[in-house]
Write a protein of this length. Structure first.
Lengths: 316, 117
């Protein structure tokens, strides 16, 4: 008897009784779905993420081994959705990101309210593989997609006396139920000096891992400043203001002794409650030790000159 | 009222479950999240305190409720509480800080509370 094509290719042939009948596996899926609904299995919500086409891939060396999509999207600090690391992935589905508008105001020639879709279409999207160092002494490597902050801001022709940029997260207690608690003075606010904002490393991300941002990672648009602690990289931005005064930032306002305006990654300046000298790289095994934290999170060569003559022990 | 012997076995098995979950997590059989060390630290610490609370409540239960014979669990649950606290300390010293005296000293020097993290 001549061999069939699947025998020639040595593909395993399934006998009828080995194949799960369709109605059975459909039942299994329904069972799994009801288990999720009952809270027996963790649900993994990624909202409506879509593939991003036509971005320029990262062509430089990665600062480390990429963390998995699952790690990046299930271990988040986003107090608008709860204080636990797993809360944002569980509860951020209430955030509606379509349509989304960003208001630009302050010392600029082109103030106004801009549609995010149009902004994204006007920018050349690119990938940036950055290391994110949290103030809580852990880090992960994330492949962001977005565009440089500086070239975006320049479109709005900021005045020459604009020395700072302030950012605001959405304030909406229905979409962001965590804002009903008083942990922070909402909305979340962050700020950069104009020099920092114009630095080529400063980045506005609209996606990660080739897809649009899931809500828990700050959809639809967030800041990424890799040489500063993660909380500087404000999420779900609705407003950007050019100003000539050092802006109020949320964590600095909540506890100025613990969180400075600059908040550059600095192993030599401890947080008042823990050391910043070492960090745990996430996604590693149980027995992998902490690694020493690098000055400016390893981006010192590119950014150290921004702080010439500034005492970083005082301006932490 | 449950007889004492099965009661003790049930308590033993229930108190061992958190340890089983940790072991399965460490060998990556179940997912404890991307920060396994932090998860193990939190779980051992919480389990120890939870068991301690139960031990402290047992005398009250014996006095005011019908669960009088639960008092025989005091020693076992107390030892379990101590065991999880010991694990918590060991994981901190040998795994989280990797026995690095410098790193521990550094952590202690900045203040009495390192609780958040």
């Amino acid at each position: 008897m001549s061999k069939t094509w699947s025998q020639k290719l040595k593909i395993k042939q399934f006998k009828d009784f080995e194949v799960t009948p369709e109605n059975l596996f459909k039942n299994r899926r329904a069972l799994l779905k009801s288990a999720v609904a009952l809270g027996l299995l963790p649900s993994r919500s990624y909202g409506h993420v879509a593939d991003i086409e036509g971005y320029r891939p990262w062509d430089q060396e990665s600062p480390g081994i990429l963390n998995s999509y699952e790690d990046i999207t299930n271990y988040n600090n986003f107090y608008e959705f709860g204080l636990d690391k797993a809360d944002p992935a569980r509860y951020s589905h209430t955030l509606e990101t379509h349509p989304w508008q960003v208001e630009i105001s302050g010392l600029t020639n082109k103030p106004g309210v801009y549609d995010l879709e149009e902004i994204i279409q006007s920018m050349q999207l690119e990938e940036r593989i950055y290391k994110l160092r949290c103030v809580e002494a852990w880090s992960m490597i994330v492949p962001w997609i977005g565009f440089p902050l500086g070239s975006f801001l320049n479109q709005f022709e900021p005045h020459t006396n604009a020395t700072f940029v302030q950012f605001f997260t959405l304030y909406d207690t229905d979409m962001m139920p965590g804002q009903r608690s008083r942990v922070l003075d909402w909305p979340y606010r962050e700020g950069l000096t104009m020099e920092e904002a114009m630095h080529p490393l400063s980045f506005l991300a609209t996606g990660l891992y080739g897809k649009t941002l899931p809500n828990q990672n700050g959809a639809p648009i967030r800041l990424v400043v890799p040489w500063k602690y993660g909380f500087k990289s404000i999420k779900s931005i609705v407003k950007i203001v050019f100003t000539d005064q050092k802006p109020l930032t949320s964590w600095n306002q909540a506890n100025a002794r613990e969180y400075g305006f600059y908040s550059n990654v600095n192993p030599n300046v401890s947080h008042p409650r823990w050391s910043q000298a070492y960090e745990r790289v996430l996604g590693q095994g149980f027995f992998t030790p902490r690694v020493p934290t690098e000055m400016f999170n390893g981006y010192g060569e590119q950014v150290a000159h921004l702080y010439d003559g500034l005492d970083l022990q005082i301006n932490y | 009222m449950l007889p004492i012997k099965p009661l003790k076995w049930i308590a033993f098995i229930l108190s061992s479950l958190p340890l089983l979950i940790l072991i399965l997590g460490i060998i990556n059989f179940i997912n404890l999240g991307p920060n396994i060390v932090e998860a193990v630290l939190h779980r051992t610490g919480n389990t120890s305190l939870n068991l301690l609370m139960i031990v402290l409540v047992l005398p009250l239960m014996a006095k005011h409720t019908l669960f009088r014979n639960f008092i025989v669990l005091s020693r076992m649950l107390g030892l379990f509480s101590f065991f999880y606290a010991g694990l918590h300390l060991c994981v901190y010293l040998f795994i989280d800080r990797n026995m690095s005296i410098l790193s521990i000293q550094d952590d202690l020097s900045v203040g009495p509370t390192s609780w958040q993290e």
